[in-house]
Design a binder for this molecule. Sequence first.
Ligand code: CMP
Length: 140
Amino acid sequence: MERTLSIIKPDAVSKGVMGKIIDRFEREGLKIVAMKMVKLTKEEAKAFYSVHRDKPFFDSLTDFMSSGPVVVMVLEGEKAIERNREIMGATNPKDAAPGTLRHQFATDVEKNAVHGSDAPETAQREIAFFFSEQELVRLT
Ligand code: CMP
């Protein structure tokens, strides 16, 4: 079993599609083992995305991610990281395949509806950023 962090970004929350996104994860068989709604401060967004601190889009991205509430979730399942990335589609919705969440719900490469961890080490760090071990539900 693998775990990954999923974020429903401010654009998707304000569009009113968080239920549709959660429904998709459930229909795909990914189990939600933790979930909460938070509004990040600019500083928290900068800390979460610190790996991108030298990118030209860092300031704009962290402004956007702290602009409104987000839903953070831990998804669990076989190959959860890879499966979540398939369900999300490419970062840029212009490149995202039909049927993916970003194709359906993203506005542009920044306001791209959802975030998902990209590797096991990243997933561990990103889950720990938002959740303590006690907040993760044990399914078995
Ligand atoms: P995410 O999967 O959350 O990881 C980093 C985020 O940076 C990405 O989704 C986009 O929201 C954003 N991003 C990546 N590339 C660009 C870009 N070229 N311009 C603006 N934002 C970007």
